[in-house]
Design a protein around this ligand. Sequence first.
Ligand code: ADP
Length: 301
Amino acid sequence: MTRVAVLGECMVELRRSGDGATLTQTFSGDTYNAAVYLKRSAPPLDVVYISALGDDSISAAMRRAWAEEGIDGDWTPSIGGALPGLYLIETDADGERRFHYWRSAAAARRLFEVPEGRRLIDRAPEIDLLYLSGISLAILPAEGRDRLLALAAAVRSAGGRVAFDSNHRPALWRDPREDRTWVERASRLATVALPSLDDEAVLFGERDPAAIDRRLAGWGVDERVIKDGANGAWVGLGGSAPVAVPAVAPAAVVDTTAAGDSFNGAYLAARLTGSPPVDAARAGATLAARVIAAPGAILPR
Ligand code: ADP
């Protein structure tokens, strides 16, 4: 069976609903959203979510939510006394969403400090595709980032693939230069890069998809998928110039949360089940159009 390991942070999500005094609680996070859509798009794939949680009831509920999606949480250790991160989404009078995070003490940051995390590298040969994002790197201390990239290198050495979405979150980085350095290091280990054009523009000052594609190809990334919201995506392979794949018109744009995550999940599911890259990008665009036509990151099952 093909095993995909998705590594990052799944958080407790609180969203005001109805009269504004009621909070609805779900679980979400960029890599987790991608894992959910990957599994839903190709149920025969073995999808493992790798993070760290606490030994509390909320962590237990999160594990149950993963299991309900068919996602294996057995590679995720529980750290005694730790808690998962949390965020609250508020929507102001103009419909603009604002996110408030409580994640600086989250268990996920400590993944590579516990024995299970340190031993992950030994399990690299069991991973066919490792998926990580700029946020997976951002939340870790420097030593954890090194260990994560060592895991990616070990997956590559064992013949596996590595997928990376640069997902830039300035609030998680002390200095944008730091983010740029880590994104370059991770990209150089990736077989598949799935950045958003907006993030690449902020990080590297380039808005031209062909230039972004050339830079990634120069770093040795064989498969490049550059996403640009309603403008669609560009797919570059090997030494070839990128091919445009149009976006799919959504029924309505209700909430663009997880557009990129769902695109990535559907894209990778299609690639791992034999579709060529351009067809996989169409599958990504089709799913993303459904996700943005509904509120929240994760569509009801
Ligand atoms: P992210 O969520 O990472 O910022 P993007 O905004 O680039 O990602 O969107 C990822 C993909 O989602 C796009 O390539 C496109 O297929 C789809 N998408 C996003 N916004 C829209 C939109 N307004 N209309 C149609 N498709 C969209």
